[in-house]
Design a protein. Structure first.
Length: 139
């Protein structure tokens, strides 16, 4: 391999690392904001998982539980409204009609709002038990 190809690869790697590093604080802030909005709207058992060392698809999971269909809708809608006000666009939403597990994808952050039965059944925090837990109350 030529030195030009090596330096080109090194530059690409450096650019990728800078992108990932600069993106991480914004993603963390967004995840912490989601958790706080969940708490403000009486979400239960709120958990933020740092997925950065586990998957390249997203940086953080925010997992919380609602106690009723109405509250699950409120949690999903309030989180989306706050993030939209911050300039974040929701890329997709799934499960809103069934209201047992609503998943909102914001790219670097994925928000999961469960009812208790679905949360127990799917056990995301057990599935991703190797993901570090973020102390969202103290940022």
């Amino acid at each position: 391999m030529s030195s030009t190809a090596l330096s080109s690869n090194a530059l690409e790697q450096t650019a990728l690392e800078q992108t990932l590093t600069s993106r991480a604080p914004a993603a963390l802030d967004m995840a912490l904001l989601c958790a706080r909005v969940g708490e403000d709207n009486k979400g239960k058992n709120i958990l933020v998982l740092d997925m950065r060392g586990i998957t390249p698809l997203y940086d953080f999971f925010v997992i919380l539980t609602g106690t009723s269909r109405r509250q699950i809708h409120t949690l999903a809608e309030e989180i989306d409204a706050v993030l939209r006000a911050e300039g974040q666009e929701r890329l997709s939403i799934s499960g809103y009609q069934a209201s047992r597990w609503v998943v909102q994808d914001y790219g670097d952050v994925v928000v999961h709002v469960f009812d208790q039965e679905a949360r127990d059944y799917y056990g995301l925090e057990d599935l991703w038990s190797d993901a570090p837990r973020v102390d969202w109350r103290h940022g």
